[in-house]
Write a protein that binds this ligand. Structure first.
Ligand SMILES: Cc1cc2nc3c(=O)[nH]c(=O)nc-3n(C[C@H](O)[C@H](O)[C@H](O)COP(=O)(O)O)c2cc1C
Length: 158
């Protein structure tokens, strides 16, 4: 089973979150690729069972670089159906639009027919960091990666 952690990060905050999430996926024994969104082609998306995407919060939405890939993924519309999706973001401050950013990514995943996992504890929609992630946030990111991996195993392996 393969998981793609895709990120865009101009100043490194979202990238650190992505690394911690990938670590969590790996801890559950799944194969994980960690890639800058600029290095991901729409075709590659087909190779994964789960996509976990993170972007900095830019005006309350995902960065244009990530939107570009998702727009290009229309070439595979319908073929990503049934894959698992997750999202995370780093923002500038509380109330800065972190959740709308996460939803901008999850919205695209839902339109692709993907399965989204919620969280009853902290970070209901996906991990959020204000600026650079501290140890607590990094821990939540690792747990998020683990949670999605465990869910993927349940769904795809029974
Ligand atoms: C073009 C631009 C737009 C931004 N818009 C927001 C915003 O709407 N809300 C917010 O809280 N932070 C905003 N920020 C701050 C970034 O989300 C924040 O610095 C983030 O931690 C950067 O992540 P990175 O280090 O992965 O690039 C913006 C930054 C830039 C450059």
């Amino acid at each position: 089973m393969k998981v793609l952690v895709g990120f865009y990060s101009r100043t490194g905050n979202t990238k650190k979150m992505a690394e911690a999430i990938a670590e969590g996926v790996e801890k559950q024994g799944l194969t994980v690729d960690l890639k800058d969104v600029n290095d991901i082609t729409p075709d590659e998306l087909l190779n994964y069972d789960a996509l976990i995407f993170g972007s900095p919060t830019y005006y309350g939405l995902m960065a244009a670089e990530m939107k570009k890939l998702l727009d290009e993924s229309v070439t595979h519309h319908g073929k990503l159906s049934g894959k698992i999706g997750g999202a995370f973001t780093s923002c500038g401050g509380i109330g800065g639009g972190a959740e709308t950013t996460i939803f901008s990514i999850l919205t695209a995943f839902l339109i692709h027919g993907m399965i989204i996992v919620g969280e009853s504890g902290a970070y209901h929609y996906g991990p959020v960091s204000i600026g650079s992630p501290n140890e607590r946030v990094l821990g939540s990111c690792t747990k998020y990666g683990q949670k999605i991996a465990i869910f993927a195993k349940k769904i795809f392996e029974g």
